[in-house]
Design a protein around this ligand. Sequence first.
Ligand code: ZN
Length: 134
Amino acid sequence: MKIKHIDHIGVAVKSIEQAGKFWTDVLGLKIADIENVADQKVNVAFLPITDSEVELVESTHPDGTVAKYIESRGEGVQHIAFRVENIEEALAELKAKGVRLIDEKPRKGAGGAKIAFIHPKETYGVLVEICERG
Ligand code: ZN
């Protein structure tokens, strides 16, 4: 699999409005867009840095994955996403290597990306996302 670069770092926050102030006012990044991803029950704020970005992920529902993550582990870095050239090929390669996946098939992520998560038991506690953008 060819990883091109870190696509984004996903940071779980209780409030984009509140946490965003650190990233913008203190670090000087800019929120380029905020998107609601209904099927994942989150809002995602994109803060680009060259060809990567920080994504602040805020839950829109107490049942959502991110709400549960914050409840058990608190706010903070939740996942790292690597950009690949071809996500179907990457998933086939991971499967061939016997790697456990959360997503056997790509699903639609924020910003129109195709994404899939590797099971964190395989990655020593890091939630790893692979993603492809058109
Ligand atoms: Zn992500």
